[in-house]
Ligand binder design. Sequence first.
Ligand code: ATP
Length: 260
Amino acid sequence: MVKIPPSHPRYESLLLREKIVDGVRKGIVVLEGLIAHGRGECFDYILGEKTWPPAMEAIRAAVASMLLAKHPVISVNGNTAVLVPEHIVRLAEATGAKIEVNLFYRTREREEKIAQLLKEYGAKEVLGVGDDASATIPELHSERRRVSPRGILVADVVLVPLEDGDRTEALRRMGKTVIAIDLNPFSRTAQMANITIVDNVVRAMPLMVKEALKLKKEPPQVLREIIERYDNRKVLGEMIKIIMDRLKELSQKGVFLEIK
Ligand code: ATP
């Protein structure tokens, strides 16, 4: 890995980039994952690389749904596995969710490497590896249609960080509640999900773990009320307005960075 000095103004962002690139070297992330990450970075830059209140509202509703679900599942791809392995495992523990590997570019080797990585972080079981991915989601043509009959196939709530729109749509058609984490509020995934967390997965996942540990102590009625009050259309609209307001503010300033 390239050594990035902590004093670099883009330190955090470069560190994430290095994690993704290292994931490619290790055969966990595919080249297409680099493009996906770059697109996310662009939106994160505009959002000021912070978690905004509407995203926090979505996080709360997402966690409440996972806690109330009968069969919650966290779907993991290469990018998510290298960016937040520890938090995937902790969120699964806190909500009782199963972890399932689900890849657009599926190979046995990648599935196993991702499962191995998650196990190093404490995951007891990782579904969707090898013969376990024996069921199929209807109307999907990519390798993502293959799912575990003990996981996504029977799940009522699926958390899909960094998903593609087709699969989100297919999962919705199967009657599942889909929670997406996507920095791009305009993506098909963001638009199709029941709950869309417009935030970087590296900030959203730790916040979800924290929220799960807190909400776990609440009675089911409180969780139900959080979900009933939640309006994804409103939250997405608010996130788009944040982007608009930030661009407007910056456009009025023109030059907004100074040489120190
Ligand atoms: P869709 O089919 O939903 O329209 P897409 O073609 O943009 O999506 P991909 O390229 O598969 O889909 O998905 C990458 C998505 O993930 C992008 O919308 C990008 O903004 C988002 N993304 C990438 N990295 C992150 C991250 N670290 N945190 C949150 N979102 C991210």
